[in-house]
Design a protein around this ligand. Structure first.
Ligand code: AMP
Ligand code: ZN
Length: 670
C-alpha cells in the first residue's frame, strides 16, 4: 500500500489528467487517449479514493457523470436523472453482477442483453404526443437543449402514435452510421477540414452544433432503448417496451436477446463481439439489463448508475500513437503496399507497432507525413489501420514512394484505373514469390501449421522451396538425402517430423481452398467458393478458362475476375505448376452441403439496421444461395428490410416466403 503523501500526489495528478480529458471529450468532442486508457485512469482514481476516503478532492471527476459547457446551450433539468452505466471488462465481473442480482432477488430472473451504441445519449420529451424538447445527458441532472438539432435525425419521431400516453420520454442514443461517417470524413478531407477520429466524436460534434443546418447535413440517426414516465401502456419489462416500440416502427438497436442464464449472456456477448464489424453502427459493448421493472426498482441505483444494469465493454479498438516510418512491402501479386511503422501501443491487450496503409491514395487521403500523431483502429483479427491524423508533426517529413521494386529492383508501374503500384516481374521477384508461398500455407488456404513466413524464407533462401509443389516434395527430398534440414537452427528432429506430419495431413484439400490458395488476383475466399460451386471439379474449371473460352457467364463473377483467372491459368508456368500439384494432392469436393438456403434463389430489398446488404449477400452465398435482383416465380425467399421497394408487393402477390429483418439476423448468424 502506498503512503498517504504519495496517494495524495497521485490522486491530484489523476484528477487533473481526467479533468483534462473530460474537457476535451465533452466540450471539444475530441480524444487524445483511447477509451481503455481513460477507463484505467478512472479506475485507478476510484481505487485510491476508496483506500483514502479522507483525501477525496472537491473537483474529483468521480463526483459527476459528465460535463456541461455552459456557454453553448440552455440547460434543462431531466425529469429523472440520466445515469451512466457500471462497466465490466471481464466475464468474472459479469458473473459477480449476475450473482449479486440473484442474491438480492432470491429467485430466477431474465436479463435483456442489447448492443451498447457508441454515440451520445439523448432524451426526447413528448408533450401531447408531440416532440417538445430533446436533451443531452449533460451532467446527468441537467441536459443541454438540442431540440433544434433533432429536426432531421433519422429515427426520431415528431409525433407519437395516438395509442401512446400523451406525455412520455424516450431515451436512446444519437449516432452516425459507419458509411455516413466515412462519407463525412471524405468530404471534410476534400474541404481541407480536420477529420473526426470516430463516428462517436462526429455524432457528438454534430449534435452539439449551434447551427442546425450543419446538424442536418450530418445525417444523424437515433435508436431508442427505453421510455420514461407512465409505462402502463408498455407493460412491466424492458423487453415489452422494446416490442411495442418496434410494433410502432420506432428504430431500435439490434441485435438484442432475452437471456435466462449467465451462460446465455456471455454467449450473446461473444457472438456480437465477433460480428460487430459487420454492423453499420459502432458499438462499444453489450448492456445487460434486468428485464422486469419491478425487480429493477428492488435493486435501485447509486448516484452514478443503476444497480440493475451493466455495460460489458469490448476490448478497445482505438489508440493514439505516432507514425515513425513507412516501409514498402511487395505482395504476392506484386502490389507495393506501404506499411506504417508506429510507436508501440497496446489495443485490447495486443501490442501493435505496424498498420497497413493500402496505397498512395490512402496516404494522400489521410494527409499523412512522418512524425504525425495519429489515431489507429483494430477490429477483430484484421490488421490495424490508421483512421486519421490527430495532430500534425511540427517538423513533418514527406513520405516518398520508391520507383523501383524494393525486392528485385525492376521498375514499378501504376496501371490505369488502379490505386496500386506494382512490380510486374512475376516469376523472378523474390518477395512476390515468398508472399505467394506464405499465402498458400496460410490459415484460410492450405493451413499448414509450423510453416509460416519465417520457415518459408529459410527454405526459399536455401532453394528447398520455390514452387507450391515443392512443399509437398520436401519430405521425399529429405528421405533421399537431397537436402538436409536438421542442420538448420530451430529444426530439431521433433519439429521436422511435426512439420512433415502437418504437410501430409493437408494433402486432402477442399476445392474452394485450393482455388483460394493459388493467390490469383481478385480471387478471395468468397469468389473461390463461388467458382468451386460453379465448376464442381478442377477439370471443368481448367478447361473453362484454358480451352473452351466459353461465353457462358458465371453469376456473381465479373469480367475483371474472369480476366484475372484467365491470365493466371494461361501463363504456362502457373498451369504446369497446377498440374504438378494435382499429382500430389487430393481435392475434396463438396457433395451435400445443405441448409435451408442451398440452391435457393433469394432477392433482397430495403435496408437492414444491423447488416449491410453486401454482408448479407456474402453470407447467403456462403450458404449456397443464389442472389437475384428481381422477384419472379423462381424466387424462393424475399429478405425484406426497412423501406422495401416494389419487390415486396410483387413477392406478396406471388406468395413468396418473406423474411423480415429480425429473421434475417437470426438466419445469417447461424
Ligand atoms: P457510459 O457512457 O460509459 O457512461 O455508459 C452509459 C451510456 O451508455 C448511457 O448514458 C447511454 O448513453 C449509453 N448507451 C448506449 N447504448 C445503450 C443501451 N442499449 N442501453 C442503455 N444505455 C446505452
Ligand atoms: Zn519485384
Amino acid at each position: 500500500m502506498i503512503s498517504k503523501i504519495d496517494a495524495k500526489k497521485k490522486i491530484s495528478e489523476l484528477v487533473e489528467q481526467i479533468n483534462y480529458h473530460d474537457e476535451l471529450y465533452y466540450k471539444k468532442n475530441y480524444q487524445e487517449i483511447s477509451d481503455e486508457e481513460y477507463d484505467k485512469l478512472r479506475r485507478e482514481l476510484l481505487e485510491l479514493e476508496k483506500n483514502f476516503p479522507e483525501i477525496k478532492l472537491k473537483n474529483s471527476p468521480n463526483k459527476t457523470i459528465g460535463k456541461i459547457d455552459n456557454n453553448q446551450f440552455r440547460t434543462i433539468k431531466h425529469n429523472s436523472p440520466m445515469l451512466s452505466l457500471n462497466n465490466a471488462y471481464s466475464i468474472d465481473e459479469v458473473e459477480s453482477f449476475y450473482n449479486k442480482t440473484f442474491n438480492s432477488l432470491n429467485k430466477n430472473f431474465l436479463i435483456l442483453a442489447e448492443t451498447k451504441v457508441d454515440g451520445l445519449s439523448a432524451s426526447l420529451r413528448y408533450e401531447n404526443r408531440k416532440l417538445k424538447i430533446g436533451l443531452t445527458r449533460g451532467d446527468g441532472v441537467k441536459g443541454e437543449d438540442i431540440t433544434r438539432n433533432l429536426e432531421f435525425v433519422e429515427g426520431i419521431k415528431k409525433k407519437l402514435p395516438s395509442e401512446f400516453p400523451e406525455n412520455l420520454e424516450i431515451r436512446g442514443e444519437i449516432f452516425i452510421k459507419k458509411n455516413i461517417f466515412e462519407e463525412l470524413n471524405k468530404k471534410r478531407k476534400d474541404q481541407g477540414k480536420p477529420l473526426f477520429s470516430t463516428p462517436r466524436n462526429a455524432a457528438a460534434g454534430s449534435v452539439r452544433q449551434l447551427d442546425p443546418e450543419i446538424a442536418k447535413e450530418r445525417k444523424l440517426s437515433f435508436y431508442g432503448y427505453t421510455v420514461i414516465g407512465d409505462k402502463s401502456f408498455f407493460g412491466n419489462s424492458i423487453s415489452k417496451i422494446r416490442d411495442i416500440l418496434k410494433i410502432f416502427n420506432f428504430s431500435l438497436n439490434h441485435p438484442a436477446k432475452l437471456c435466462s442464464s449467465l451462460d446465455e449472456m456471455v454467449k450473446f456477448y461473444k457472438k456480437v463481439r465477433d460480428m460487430r464489424s459487420s454492423l453499420n453502427y459502432d458499438i462499444d459493448g453489450i448492456v445487460y439489463k434486468l428485464d422486469n421493472i419491478e425487480e429493477q426498482k428492488k435493486l435501485g441505483q447509486t448516484a452514478r448508475f443503476p444497480r440493475w444494469a451493466l455495460a460489458h465493454k469490448f476490448p478497445a479498438e482505438n489508440a493514439i500513437t505516432t507514425l515513425k516510418e513507412v516501409s514498402f512491402q511487395v505482395g504476392r501479386t506484386g502490389t507495393i503496399t506501404p506499411v506504417a511503422i508506429l510507436g508501440e501501443v497496446t489495443i485490447g491487450g495486443v501490442k501493435i507497432n505496424r498498420a497497413t496503409l493500402h496505397n498512395q491514395d490512402e496516404i494522400r487521403r489521410l494527409g499523412l507525413s512522418l512524425g504525425d500523431t495519429i489515431s489507429i483502429q483494430r477490429a477483430g483479427d484484421v490488421i490495424p489501420k490508421i483512421t486519421s491524423v490527430v495532430k500534425k508533426s511540427i517538423r513533418p517529413v514527406k513520405i516518398i514512394f520508391p520507383e523501383q521494386c524494393p525486392s528485385c529492383g525492376s521498375e514499378l508501374y501504376r496501371l490505369e484505373k488502379e490505386a496500386a503500384i506494382r512490380c510486374i516481374n512475376i516469376s523472378n521477384c523474390k518477395e512476390q514469390n515468398i508472399s505467394s508461398l506464405v499465402h498458400f500455407v496460410s490459415r484460410n488456404a492450405f493451413d499448414i501449421p509450423g510453416l509460416g513466413e519465417r520457415q518459408i524464407r529459410i527454405f526459399w533462401n536455401k532453394k528447398f522451396i520455390k514452387n507450391f509443389s515443392d512443399i509437398f516434395l520436401l519430405e521425399d527430398k529429405v528421405i533421399n538425402k537431397k537436402i538436409i534440414l536438421k542442420d538448420i537452427e530451430g529444426f530439431g528432429e521433433k519439429s521436422i517430423s511435426n512439420l512433415f506430419e502437418a504437410i501430409n495431413s493437408r494433402r486432402n484439400v477442399a476445392f474452394d481452398r485450393l482455388i483460394y490458395s493459388l493467390g490469383i488476383r481478385h480471387v478471395g475466399q468468397g469468389i473461390a467458393l463461388i467458382i468451386s460451386r460453379k465448376f464442381q471439379n478442377i477439370e471443368k474449371f481448367l478447361s473453362y478458362f484454358i480451352e473452351s473460352k466459353s461465353e457462358e457467364k458465371i453469376e456473381g463473377i465479373g469480367e475483371i475476375i474472369i480476366n484475372s483467372v484467365t491470365s493466371y491459368l494461361q501463363n504456362s508456368e502457373n498451369f504446369e505448376e497446377i498440374k504438378k500439384l494435382l499429382k500430389i494432392i487430393n481435392i475434396k469436393y463438396e457433395s451435400n452441403i445443405s441448409n435451408k438456403f442451398t440452391n435457393k434463389v433469394i432477392v433482397i430489398t430495403g435496408s437492414f439496421q444491423s447488416f449491410s446488404r453486401k454482408v448479407i449477400e456474402k453470407k447467403l452465398i456462403e450458404k449456397g444461395a443464389k442472389i437475384s435482383s428481381s422477384v419472379s416465380k423462381k424466387t424462393d425467399f424475399l429478405f425484406c428490410g426497412e423501406d422495401p421497394g416494389s419487390k415486396l408487393e410483387k413477392a406478396e402477390k406471388l406468395n413468396i416466403k418473406i423474411l423480415n429483418s429480425e429473421d434475417v439476423i437470426e438466419e445469417i448468424n447461424d
